[in-house]
Design a protein around this ligand. Structure first.
Ligand code: NAP
Length: 335
């Protein structure tokens, strides 16, 4: 493999477009091909983003010899099968979040990556975001005191037809897996793995979690409150309260910087990333995948398999508490 990473994008929905837009900004990243269930969608996507080849099936995309790594941008419920397809064709995989619907399926993907000796990373771009990384590093350093409480929330009102992936349980609909994964990840990055999580939710008549609120306990007794909503416009703010002051992110989903305000007075400290944000931030995860592949790595230290699995396990635990179950859970349980 050369220093250029040749990408194949699998699916042509909303995030695939955002990803391709950022990919164009990343040095060493080339959009070699796109694959869609429909040839005309692949062709339109390829024209818009300058992809080398447009494939009318996912099978044709993963078989393309000009593709090194496949980016999977289908609804959650399809990630397992799509990633399996890519591994079987010998491709590396960057797969949208959540990696799968439950931890058993994620463990299966990690196993398959090992069997095929391929790179696998969940597209948890928050963990690759320069500002989030700077905040997590600053907290870990103890520079701004001991973290005692974290708060993070994310939500927007979903106006979509019932068959849309955001509302269709067969495709993995629900606020926790779609949005709650971000505040959970933020707390994990700042405080480490959760020791205990509690959740409560408002469910739709069909059993989808539309609104979810979570609390977590972490090492040293640090606590987090987190929420996600598909019915309301949350602030997207996050804060880390320490014994010396508070770090605020006005929008932790797309942060430009963070600010530490010391309780003892004095000037607030601006916390910036040590490298630029590439595009909307997807560019930084694209660069990270390129860096890992060039180094011959099979997982990213920024989004290690253990972190993905820990968060998937957290979400399984929370879903049991909320009463949210997918068909994949029955399959994993052998029912
Ligand atoms: N990282 C982020 O910031 C971010 C943001 C949004 C979403 N996501 C994740 O990305 C994934 C896709 O989200 P999205 O908002 O892009 O979804 P979307 O707009 O609904 O697009 C999903 C695409 O998947 C393909 N697909 C294959 N089988 C499908 C089926 N049965 N039903 C619907 N689509 C099917 C379609 O592409 P073709 O017709 O071309 O085959 C479709 O356009 C989700 O897992 C989501 O969690 C991540």
């Amino acid at each position: 493999m050369t220093d250029t990473t040749r990408w194949g994008i699998l699916a042509t929905g909303k995030i695939a477009h955002s990803f391709a837009t950022d990919l164009a900004l990343v040095p060493g990243a080339e959009l070699a091909a796109v694959g869609s269930r429909r040839q005309e969608c692949a062709a339109a996507f390829a024209r818009r983003h300058g992809a080398g080849t447009a494939h009318g099936s996912y099978e044709a995309l993963v078989a393309d010899p000009d593709v090194d790594v496949v980016y999977i941008a289908t609804p959650h419920a399809l990630h397992l099968d799509n990633a399996r397809l890519a591994f079987a064709a010998g491709k590396h995989v960057l797969c949208e979040k959540p990696l799968t619907l439950n931890v058993a399926d994620s463990e299966e993907l990690v196993r398959l990556a090992g069997v095929h000796d391929r790179f696998l990373m969940e597209a948890m771009w928050t963990a690759c975001h320069p500002v989030v990384r700077a905040v997590a590093a600053a907290v870990r350093s103890g520079r701004y005191g001991a973290p005692r409480q974290v708060h993070a929330e994310l939500g927007f009102r979903v106006d979509a037809p019932p068959e849309d992936r955001m509302l269709n349980p067969d495709l993995g609909a629900g606020a926790l897996l779609d949005m709650g994964i971000y505040p959970l990840t933020f707390a994990h990055l700042v405080l480490g793995p959760a020791e205990e999580l509690r959740g409560t939710a408002s469910l739709s008549p069909g059993g989808i979690d539309l609104d979810v609120v979570m609390t977590g306990r972490y090492a040293g007794g640090a606590l987090a409150t987190m929420s996600a909503s598909m019915t309301s416009w949350s602030s997207r703010a996050a804060a880390v309260a320490t014994d010396l002051g508070r770090i605020d992110l006005a929008d932790f989903h797309h942060p430009e910087h963070a600010v530490f305000t010391p309780a003892a007075g004095g000037e607030p400290v601006r916390i910036e990333g040590t490298e630029p944000v590439l595009g909307q931030g997807y560019g930084n995860e694209i660069a990270e995948v390129g860096r890992c592949l060039a180094a011959g790595l099979r997982e990213s230290p920024m989004v290690p398999h253990a972190q993905t699995l820990a968060l998937m396990e957290n979400m399984d635990d929370l879903r049991r508490q909320l009463g949210v179950r997918y068909a994949a859970d029955d399959r994993a349980a052998g029912e």
